[in-house]
Design a binder for this molecule. Structure first.
Ligand code: COA
Length: 250
């Protein structure tokens, strides 16, 4: 069976752990198993002194199309959502070492909101950031309803999270969602080099600097839980089920 998330430690970049989406045939849509594997990798990063920075990467032309729609539909039809998503979000929000990301192409749903928890994100010009939560009768997640308005202001956060308006890479830089734009064929190289530079810095000073910049995480964790309650309720709604079925029927 193909491994849909690859965890790598590139020799050329000591101290870097890569979490790579590897499900291009489904636009790197994220299943419960994939969340569980990423949570494990983030936990390892926090505890293993050999890991000094984590880098999220996708595949050529696609970072991630967000949560797997089949999983959403299974839950809407009465199945269990499990704890995988919420555990991943908590691990991401409480990561103790730098997290960076490299985006080339589609970044949808959690494929966009994940970057709110990354310290530096590099993207190609052709990248598109979009969160169609409300169009799917869902609500914002990953504490995006708290973090996004803080970094980009109400109007841009509302456009992204509630109106589902896409952001180009340039708009994402202007909004403070991502750090900078590079050529598509340089995204991976530059992201790994960036993580490698962070991995070489004095770890304790970097940890303190990061904690100071990020601030208190308890509010973020509380918002993740609050959003998750609404999200779960909406997933069970008739309007959400209609939206998932429409996607699966296309
Ligand atoms: N969950 C499950 N499967 C997904 C998926 C998702 N989130 N996104 C894409 N896929 C699958 C498609 O079903 C398709 O599978 P198939 O070839 O077996 O039919 C495959 O990935 C390719 O997707 P396709 O829609 O044909 O590619 P596209 O380039 O025309 O469109 C997207 C790409 C991402 C714009 C479109 O697939 C899409 O809107 N996906 C849903 C994104 C979303 O709403 N995510 C949840 C956010 S909360």
């Amino acid at each position: 069976m193909t491994d849909h998330v690859l965890i790598e430690r590139p020799e050329a970049h000591p101290g870097v752990q890569v979490i790579r989406f590897n499900r291009p045939e489904k636009k790197n849509a994220i299943t419960r198993d994939m969340y569980a594997k990423m949570t494990n990798a983030l936990t390892v990063a926090s505890t293993d002194p050999a890991v000094r920075a984590t880098a999220f990467l996708g595949t050529d032309g696609c970072f991630s199309a967000g949560n797997d729609m089949a999983d959403f539909l299974a839950f809407a039809m009465g199945g269990s959502m499990g704890m995988e998503v919420i555990e991943f979000l908590r691990a991401l929000a409480t990561a103790t070492k730098p997290v960076v990301s490299g985006v080339d192409g589609l970044a949808i749903g959690i494929g966009t909101t994940i970057h709110l928890h990354c310290d530096l994100t590099i993207a190609s010009e052709r990248s598109v950031f979009k969160t169609p939560f409300v169009d799917l009768a869902l609500v914002p997640e990953a504490a995006s309803s708290l973090i996004a308005p803080r970094i980009m202001g109400h109007q841009r956060a509302f456009a992204l999270l509630a109106a589902g308006e896409p952001l180009t890479a340039g708009e994402a830089v202007d909004a403070g969602l991502i750090w900078k734009i590079v050529d598509a064929d340089a995204v991976e190289r530059e992201t790994l080099a960036l993580a490698g530079r962070l991995a070489k810095k004095p770890p304790e000073a970097l940890r303190i600097a990061r904690d100071l910049v990020r601030g208190d995480r308890s509010e973020v964790l509380a918002r993740i839980d609050e959003e998750a309650k609404h999200f779960a309720a909406q997933l069970k709604s008739a309007e959400a089920r209609t939206a998932f079925e429409a996607f699966m029927r296309r």
